[in-house]
Design a protein around this ligand. Structure first.
Ligand code: 0X9
Ligand code: ZN
Length: 299
């Protein structure tokens, strides 16, 4: 069964979402945004505010298959929002949350069965190797810096923007709710960074200082709650160039002001192989940040 002491398989994660939808049918619904290359559902959960005019907060995890802490952290967020709802600050109750724990289910399962360090999806549409880096496949500045046209590359961008069913389904979903969504948060690992747009080049959106200010507060809250230290900055300044990423698209094309990427624990000791003992402490610090981000878009 489902637990926060371990990394759960896809079917266990999906069953947990379904169980919540059954047990909390007044606030929780589960839906499917689309299907992966191998026809697995892109299952998401919606946690609804009682405010009919609520703004929305979107979170995805598991774009990269091997970054197991990312889906795990999304599930902790889900648990807090649903099962511990009575403990939440009031402003959190004023938002709808859309959470997609595993954006790349084929890759995630493959890391459990065959290759723990697989990153991409499992597309077989290409000569050479399988898999597209879904975080290079979104349709803003697609094909730019920090991407590759070789199918065997870890940063293979695919044959055209949104060539992959996973990226396409997520973009369609977000587009259909873009007037409501005020925060787009994509969870990755590792390095303990809060990455701000843009990632395709060293370019700062006009409202960069707004994003920076709330992210600095989020990082402070993470640390103050007993969590780890996270570095905040423009993606290119503190990491590298990576065009075709989901949050650049969310910012530039969907118009979502607060579009961010977190790189969760650790800073390299275990890297992608983060011990299960760190699932809960990592998840708790992420939830502290989510509370701060939520406060920025509620009044
Ligand atoms: O390279 C990536 O896709 C991300 N780092 S990771 O180690 N998790 O693979 C960084 C993505 C930054 N976001 C964009 N460039 N859009
Ligand atoms: Zn990643």
């Amino acid at each position: 069964g489902f637990s926060f002491d371990k990394y759960n398989r896809l079917n266990v994660i999906h069953d947990y979402l379904d169980t919540l939808a059954n047990n909390y049918s007044d606030i929780v619904t589960v839906g499917i945004m689309g299907y992966s290359h191998e026809k697995r559902p892109l299952k998401y959960i919606k946690i609804s505010s009682s405010n009919p005019n609520a703004k929305a907060f979107f979170i995805d995890g598991g774009i990269h298959a091997r970054e197991w802490i990312s889906p795990a952290a999304t599930l902790y967020i889900v648990k807090e929002l649903v099962e511990n709802r009575h403990t939440l600050p009031a402003h959190m109750l004023d938002l709808d949350f859309y959470i997609l724990p595993v954006l790349n289910p084929d890759g995630y399962e493959y890391t459990h069965t065959s290759n723990r360090l697989w990153r991409k999806n499992r597309s077989r549409a290409y000569m050479g190797c399988r898999g597209v880096d879904l975080n290079r496949n979104f349709g803003f500045k697609w094909g730019g810096k920090g991407t590759s046209g070789s199918s065997c590359s870890e940063i293979f961008r695919g044959k055209k923007p949104f060539s992959e069913p996973e990226s396409q389904a997520v973009a369609e979903f977000i587009s259909s709710y873009k007037n409501d969504i005020e925060v787009y948060l994509s969870l990755h690992s590792y390095s303990q960074l809060i990455l701000l747009p843009y990632g395709y080049d060293r370019i700062y959106p006009d409202d960069f200082s707004d994003l920076k200010a709330v992210s600095d507060r989020a990082a402070a809250a993470m640390l103050q709650s007993g969590g780890e230290s996270y570095t905040v900055g423009n993606t290119v300044d503190i990491l590298y160039e990576a065009a075709g990423g989901s949050f650049d698209w969310a910012k530039a094309e969907a118009g979502i002001k607060y579009s961010l990427t977190f790189e969760l624990r650790d800073t390299g000791r275990y890297g992608f192989l983060l011990p299960a003992k760190q699932i809960l402490p990592t998840s708790k610090e992420v939830f502290e940040a989510v509370k701060v981000l939520a406060s920025a878009v509620t009044s």
